[in-house]
Design a protein around this ligand. Structure first.
Ligand code: NAP
Length: 291
């Protein structure tokens, strides 16, 4: 462990803005990384209402904040307030990281990269894989983009068919691949999961406090499936528990969370992030919320 500098006149400030942010694990994750590397930075939570978003973004400039993560509900609304959006975030249509580069605010997206690293870390090769992606929100779009870039065959299922169709059409236009879009009802889930090899939950179903909910009934899951639930709170979701009971391999959202944080850290500081330590810090913070 390096010597940790005191907060002083040169301390770099990073943070996360969202509403709510009270249960964010990002401060624990990033401050652990700064401490471990002996870097003179702090990472703070900023609870920003939708009405104050423009003022908060101006505040990043005015206060010379080095970097900011953006979370629910601001990932889309923040886009027109920034000076530049990198091509990946433009295509995904959501920004989860802002880099203050000498006063210019650049929006990026590390959710897609985080999801890809999750797959790589678990030895999942998406090339030619039949995938059912549940949900069509910001996280789903990052997941779909990542999977399509690796050559997966994707069906998007969403509560509203129109949401699935919109997401599929935009992702197809950006990636040049065909997507199937379906309403997420019992018949379509049964049909899609019968052919899917990988199932990804990118809805918020099962997230705390609704920890007993799952988007998929257990009978539809079997040994042939790998199930990735990007929900990370709780660390083990009902969907993951059901998948394991059905003999499927299951992966939770903690890996993706740690990776999106690590990639943000690298954008702001230009240094390699201590991924394992960040993952442990995130898990520790989540456990303290669960207890
Ligand atoms: P979002 O943009 O608000 O999208 C939410 C999605 O969930 C939409 O498709 C929505 O369907 C669906 N949904 C919500 N409640 C539902 C319900 N009761 N029944 C059916 N569908 C429902 O949120 P997001 O940013 O994509 O985040 C989604 C989840 O991913 C959250 O749990 C978030 O914590 C997690 N996430 C994890 C990571 C990570 O690093 N592991 C990163 C980003 C997000 P409609 O379109 O019909 O509303």
């Amino acid at each position: 462990m390096k010597t940790v500098p005191e907060i002083d006149g040169k301390t770099g400030i990073c943070g996360v803005m969202g509403d709510p942010v009270g249960h964010s694990v990002s401060p624990a994750m990033h401050n652990a990384a700064f401490r471990a590397l002996g870097m003179n930075y702090v990472y703070l939570p900023f609870n920003v209402s939708a009405a104050r978003l423009a003022g908060a973004v101006e505040g990043i400039r005015a206060l010379n904040i080095a970097g900011m993560n953006v979370t629910i509900p601001h990932k889309v609304a923040v886009i027109p307030l920034l000076d530049e959006i990198d091509p990946l975030a433009q295509r995904i249509g959501a920004v989860n990281v802002i880099h203050n580069k000498a006063g210019r605010l650049i929006g990026g997206n590390t959710d897609a990269g985080g999801f890809l690293r999750l797959l790589e870390g678990r030895g999942i090769d998406a090339q030619g894989l039949q995938v059912a992606v549940l949900g069509a929100g910001g996280a789903s779009r990052a997941v779909c983009f990542a999977l399509a870039s690796r050559g997966a065959e994707i069906t998007i299922l969403n509560r509203t068919a129109a949401g699935a169709a919109r997401c599929a059409a935009e992702m197809a236009a950006f990636t040049g691949r065909a997507f199937e879009a379906l309403e997420m009802n019992p018949a379509n889930l049964a049909r899609s999961l019968a052919k899917a090899e990988l199932v990804v939950n990118a809805t918020s179903i099962g997230m705390a406090p609704d920890v007993d909910k799952s988007p998929v009934s257990r009978e539809l899951l079997g040994r042939r499936h790998t199930v990735v639930d990007i929900v990370y709170n709780p660390i083990k979701t009902r969907l993951m528990r059901d998948a394991e009971k059905a003999g499927a391999m299951s992966v939770g959202g903690l890996d993706m969370l740690a990776w999106q944080g690590a990639l943000s850290f690298e954008i702001w500081t230009g240094r390699n992030a201590p991924l394992d330590l960040m993952r442990r810090a995130a898990a520790g913070a989540l456990k303290s919320y669960e207890d």
